[in-house]
Design a protein around this ligand. Structure first.
Ligand SMILES: Nc1nc2c(c(=O)[nH]1)N[C@H]1C(S)=C(S)[C@@H](COP(=O)(O)O)O[C@H]1N2
Ligand SMILES: [Mo]
Length: 228
């Protein structure tokens, strides 16, 4: 066989391998993202007589795009002003008591969705790490570098949850798998997704990602969007 024909043969084989790999990758990606048709027939649409919003009503607006966390590697850590810093695997967190709440999320961009959230009550997790007397503020960190904070009192009074289910389904990656904070009555930017770490601090003036760019640190959904 002449040298050039041999070379063409080799190039052809390489191109075929590349195309096959690309096709395999595409079909993998589809499975991972979750076909919306699959979601439709299992997502609950009504709860205690009330019509719910749908996972498809959410808009993706995160700072670095959807994060895909591996439940096998995942750990949630709580540290800072606590007596007993701790961390848990995804499997350990699934074993804990879960509660459900019907809550509306309101984004400052003008959309809102009401769905059923189920997850772990933060006060339960905080009881395990024992917050120090001077801890006033809880800072949340996510895998995309996003941060936000809330007063410790607010979390305890409202029994806020870390949701791992939405409308009866495991939280999809776009909704923050493994956990999204259900920051009820706060603007959407307090609803941090893909949470990896929770820090207790006495620094009440801490400002998270959007808060340090001008959004209100209180973040009350019936209050101003900008300012303190
Ligand atoms: N980790 C992380 N969490 C985040 C964000 C982000 O960019 N990164 N965006 C916030 C904003 S501005 C909004 S409105 C809500 C939207 O969440 P949802 O898509 O689950 O409704 O996520 C919040 N949580
Ligand atoms: Mo938002």
């Amino acid at each position: 066989m002449p040298k050039t024909t041999k070379r063409y043969g080799l190039v052809l084989v390489l191109v075929l391998i590349a195309v096959a790999t690309w096709l395999a990758f595409l079909s993998l990606g589809q499975g991972e993202a979750g076909d919306p048709m699959d979601v439709q027939h299992v997502e609950i649409q009504e709860y205690q007589g009330e019509k719910l919003g749908s996972i498809e009503d959410f808009r993706e607006n995160s700072i670095r795009g959807v994060q895909y966390l591996d439940p096998d590697d995942y750990r949630l850590a709580i540290d800072g002003r606590v007596a007993m810093p701790a961390s848990w695997s995804y499997a350990e967190l699934q074993e804990m008591d879960h509660i459900g709440k019907l809550v509306t999320i309101n984004c400052v961009e003008g959309w809102s969705v009401k769905v059923l959230w189920e997850g772990i009550a933060l006060p339960d997790l905080l009881a395990e790490v024992q917050p120090a007397e001077d801890a006033t503020t809880v800072i949340f960190y996510a895998s995309d570098g996003y941060t936000t904070s809330l007063p410790l009192d607010f979390i305890m009074d409202r029994n806020l949850i870390l949701a791992d289910r939405i409308n009866g389904l495991p939280l999809p990656p776009a909704n923050g798998f493994p956990f999204q904070l259900v920051a009820e009555d706060k603007w959407g930017y307090k609803w941090i997704r893909w949470i990896t770490r929770i820090e207790l601090t006495d620094q009440s003036e801490f400002r998270g990602f959007w808060e340090s760019r001008g959004y209100s640190n209180d973040g009350d959904a019936d209050g101003p969007k900008f300012g303190d």
